[in-house]
Design a protein. Structure first.
Length: 133
């Protein structure tokens, strides 16, 4: 819930009903009937290892960033307005040898941290959009 200008606004977490290129207002009609005005859909579109090494470098010694790309759609069910924002997050670079060490513990830890960071970005930017609409 967000409280803004002495009003409490309730939000519900739901699975996305459409895709970033397809409006999903009809899928949320039941939310509007239950008093919800806004829906925020979050999505992850890609998770990649982005190398930053030079050609000819041994593959296990090439540093790479873990990159998470995604974003959110803010849907106003009353005005049928949609706002989409793409976001991304990138880790510090590590060699593939480091990423694989300890059964991939660094990769798992970094993926968790990246997902947490993306969630914070999504909530922050969605709230900013809501306040400035």
């Amino acid at each position: 819930q967000w409280i803004h200008e002495e009003r409490t606004v309730s939000f519900a977490a739901v699975a996305a009903a459409g895709s970033p290129s397809q409006p999903a207002f009809d899928a949320y009609r039941s939310f509007a009937h239950n008093g919800y005005r806004y829906v925020i859909e979050s999505f992850v579109s890609r998770i990649v290892m982005a190398p930053v090494g030079s050609p000819g470098q041994e593959s296990l010694e090439v540093p790479a960033h873990l990159v998470i790309e995604g974003g959110f759609r803010f849907l106003d069910l009353e005005s049928v307005h949609e706002h989409e924002r793409k976001l991304d997050w990138s880790s510090e670079p590590h060699t593939l040898r480091e990423w694989r060490a300890g059964d991939g513990a660094l990769l798992v830890e970094t993926l968790r941290a990246g997902c947490d960071a993306m969630a914070v970005q999504i909530v922050s930017h969605a709230e900013q959009h809501w306040r400035n609409r």
